[in-house]
Design a protein around this ligand. Sequence first.
Ligand code: ATP
Length: 327
Amino acid sequence: MSKIKRIGVFTSGGDAPGMNACVRAVVRTAIYHDIAVTGILQGYQGMIDQSFIEMNSRSVSNTIQMGGTILKTARCLEFRTKEGRAKAYENIRSVGIDALVAIGGDGTFTGAEVFSREYDIPVIGIPGTIDNDLYGTDYTIGYDTANNTVIDAIDKIRDTAASHDRLFFVEVMGRDSGCIALNCGIAGGAEAILLPEKETGIDELIDKLERAKEGKKSSTIVIVAEGDKNGGAYNVAKRVEEKFDFYDTKVTILGHLQRGGSPSSFDRVLASRLGYAAVNRLLAGETRVMVGLRNNEIESTSLEEALSNKEFKLAEDMLEMTNVLAI
Ligand code: ATP
């Protein structure tokens, strides 16, 4: 393998808090090893549009605490085509990029895997998504911060729910992954949690709500992941109200506020560790892998495995525990 002289780093897919801390770690670790760094703006779109910036240690000063991504992000359809990737390769080579660090989710890694095979360019992926839906890492960058944001919101909703004896349906992000819903449901003391990975019938939910009412609960909160099969919090609320009108019912959709905010201490440290490891492993000859955290150790998993192994990350016993703790 030829020696790497310039790394291109980019963020892609949905933004996540901690991406900046990760970019900072990649840039500074590379500079430390005398490797030049190009920041590619707006993910794969920037490769096609030649949106490149030269980065040095100072380009990432004062960014570790910032949410969002200073490199911007985009969803790029053109990169899904052979012609788009050919243009991207020509452009990155024209500025001397000979290896890539891709920070994003499963779509980003799919693109990186295809690109790296087509053009034999070394690439390392870093899991940056609030969804925590990648195999090969216990946590993805941004997940912890998003959970803290959701918990803060649930606590506030609980105050008003308890004051008015209300039933709240709170919709959280997670089209395919119920990680945020389950985690925040437990941490927020929810009475029920609806997840994309597990079908919950409306009658089953009403049984739970009736039990809560019989238990003289003054408020009830149901967490609904956006990908729940019943069709989101508004639909669930409507169907429940048709059969169970004991409470005054309200719906809150937390939406994009779950993506923003200053990264938590956990996410900053995770992002720093993964960014540092990604560059060191790239220089050691690793390619087409994702660096992740498993049992508090940094481990590499091939991108192929990270993408194909759709292991159910939600522990069933946690769901059972929720039912017990909600009595
Ligand atoms: P999140 O989990 O936050 O949604 P993500 O990385 O999964 O993040 P996507 O929009 O799915 O976000 O993917 C990011 C980009 O990766 C896409 O916009 C596209 O440019 C590229 N990409 C995804 N799938 C492919 C593919 N099959 N071939 C080439 N490029 C792809």
